[in-house]
Design a protein around this ligand. Sequence first.
Ligand SMILES: *Cc1c(COP(=O)(O)O)cnc(C)c1O
Length: 388
Amino acid sequence: MSDPIYLDYNATTPLDPRVLDVMLPYFTQVYGNAASNDHAFGLEAKRAVDKAREQIAALINARPDEIIFTSGATESDNIAILGIAEKYAHKGNHIITCVTEHKAVLDVCHKLERDGNRHGKFEITYLPVDQFGLVDPEAVRQAVTPQTILISIMAANNEIGTIAPIAEIGAIAAEYDLFFHTDAAQAGGHIALDVQTMNIHMLSLSAHKMYGPKGIGVLYRRRSNPRVQLEPVIYGGGHERGLRSGTLNVPAIVGFGEAARLAKKEMVAEDEKFRAWTQQMYRQLVDELGDVHLNGHPTQRLPHNLNVSIPGIKARALIPQLKDVAIATGSACTSAEVKPSHVIQALGFGDGRAHSALRISVGRLNTNAQIKQAGKSLISAVQQLRVI
Ligand SMILES: *Cc1c(COP(=O)(O)O)cnc(C)c1O
């Protein structure tokens, strides 16, 4: 049997072979420590890192010196939220976030709420979302108190693909002089992001969600208007402006830079192709199966994401029937537990809808033929279950 068709690009993307080509010399030839600037080995590594910093900064309209390399979006989210909570506790102890955030944001907020830091405990507002997974910017405004120091709202949701009104929320943050962090692990390299026009002060990215290597991420941290100061989470050699000590992973950083360059260049054309595929698959499912619910927003969504619930069909029962297609139930990050997805539950349709949710996400290595085949397989698996 051939490999199943991979339709789980929201969980991780394959490394683009063009990215691998650019990375390879940095394993065995340019192996210097980017912080060792006494010799050519180190200097060449540093030049490569600087170039990647520029490429990633260009993707989000930031300055290269505002890019902090981390191990991934999880770490970036931790540094952003914990770093603000530590540095600005004298100004207040209230953070506004949203119920559909990734666990990398929610669990940090829970920690600050439960245990606090050395300044005391924090109060967290978890804003609800509407039936499409959208958070209302007016609700953000109404949640602001004199104690609020930070708003953290994700740019695009990893399960249902809903794109948040980031620019509107950024405008509110600017109006009230609050810091605004956005987890853009899913949005980065897929939709246009501009930290200037969107008033974003911190932004988390992950290379492996945009055809770069795993284990490398970025925290964008604004350095002026306003200058964001963060208390580090990791201490050591003072790398990355003291915000993230540890020897830089040069090959991965170089790969992330190239992935960002390719995404900037190819994003618009790619989006069009992916949107056509997800819409085609959705229509195919509705035509053949009738009752199919789309989870997430009909238009304000990541083009490569489709999330559907088929009434009466439990995702956990369907997946074993689907031998030639790799898709996800709920969020990959919580699939170790058999809890229904907190994101689908937040849409307010009840547990059944959450237990039925299927996340189908397409990407660069898929073909027209694969999309057609995957749709057929999915339909026949559902029809088999309906007979049982
Ligand atoms: C994947 C993902 C993360 C975690 O990123 P890692 O780089 O794997 O740590 C965080 N937030 C969102 C929205 C994600 O999709």
